[in-house]
Design a protein around this ligand. Sequence first.
Ligand code: UD1
Length: 420
Amino acid sequence: MKEKLIIQGGETLEGKLEIAGAKNSALPLIAATLLTDEEVSLENVPRLDDVQTMLEMVRELGKDVTSTGPNTVKITGSVSSNQAPSELVRKMRASFLVLAPLVGRTGRAEVPLPGGCNIGTRPVNLHLEGLEKLGVDITQDDGRIIARADNLGANDIFLDYPSVGATEQLLMAGVSAPGTTKIYNGAQEPEIRDLARFLTELGADLSLEGSILTINGGNGFGRGKYEVLSDRIAAGTYMLAGVATGGRVKVESVDPSSIKPLSLKLSKAGVKVEETEHSVQVESQGRPDNLEIITLPFPGFPTDLQAPITSLLTLAKGKSVVKETVFDSRFGHVAELSKMGADISVTDSNTVFIEGKKSLRGTEVEATDIRAGAALVIAGLAGEGRTEVSGMKHLDRGYSQLQVHLESLGATIKRVSKNE
Ligand code: UD1
């Protein structure tokens, strides 16, 4: 059944929230369980559609997956198939990450190309070139990647761009390749560090120094128990919702350093930001000042918060500029924010110009991807009157209990079937 969110805007959000595990960490961790036959217990696993898709993927490939608590899952058993079902890869690009563990375990993998999506073309050339460097023979047949490796071998790999997915893919290949692999210009996102820690827990020998990852591969893997890192993007989304509604929101169980780019930008806009070791509190001091934002790989400003912060800036004092450099078309929220009365436009060079206004007005809008959806929810909460956000399938991929969390902060929000 198609559903939508109905938001009655204008409530000031106040309160605190416990942040759940990160989707972008849980997904590669679940893929990495294919590397071992032993039991792995994952804790702080967020309840999201994308996580369900990845669990279904490893189950299809032979693993036994048991939910042992609301946020805990036990994964065990051996790989019995090395062919990733195309309907799962189509649903979610991150399922392509099973390629390296499958080749590492079985010497062969068939995984459909993930193709494009709503936020840009998103090729996988860096994944494939890196795997070739480690001795994987790659061919393509009818939209499927066929990867074969009788013997993986360590090598030095330079990534032209610090792709998060390619770094994860190559980390998972490197741990299976006997010898020392070094990845230069690897991604430095906190989720990469989380995957590295998890692989170490399973028995891998690797170290990370800035953008250089050194892997002593070929060790074999055992059992493990691991707690997924908290979701810095969800934390950032709730911080922005708090500020946009003129309120005060504290996100707990997060590492403040992982959301520093956002916290510093918000401080610059005049928001009061207070950090403890595991929490960040933001408190609006009235309309924020205008900002210039440029998205970059970590530790730059995260592209996943580009749309959410754009919503805030439609309400800032003066002109803001937001430049997207990570993806080539991630602006599905812009036309929808215009419908809500925002003075906003996007140029061919992926730059959004915003003239801040005192208010937005509620209307019917549609989420085109996960973070565009989050941006529209923020705009709806901060806007006047009723906003209806459809495209829930996108929000369900990336935010667990969004409506419940926002209600707990004082939002008037309900989820209804589309014809209500
Ligand atoms: C991950 C995150 C996503 C986040 C993104 C950037 C997951 C599940 N998703 O996506 O939420 O927005 O990082 O922080 O963790 N590229 C290539 N060739 C490649 C691979 C990537 O050209 O082989 C390009 C992409 O098209 C894109 C850029 O590199 O323009 C960044 O992509 P990447 O870092 O790989 O993002 P994902 O891992 O897909």
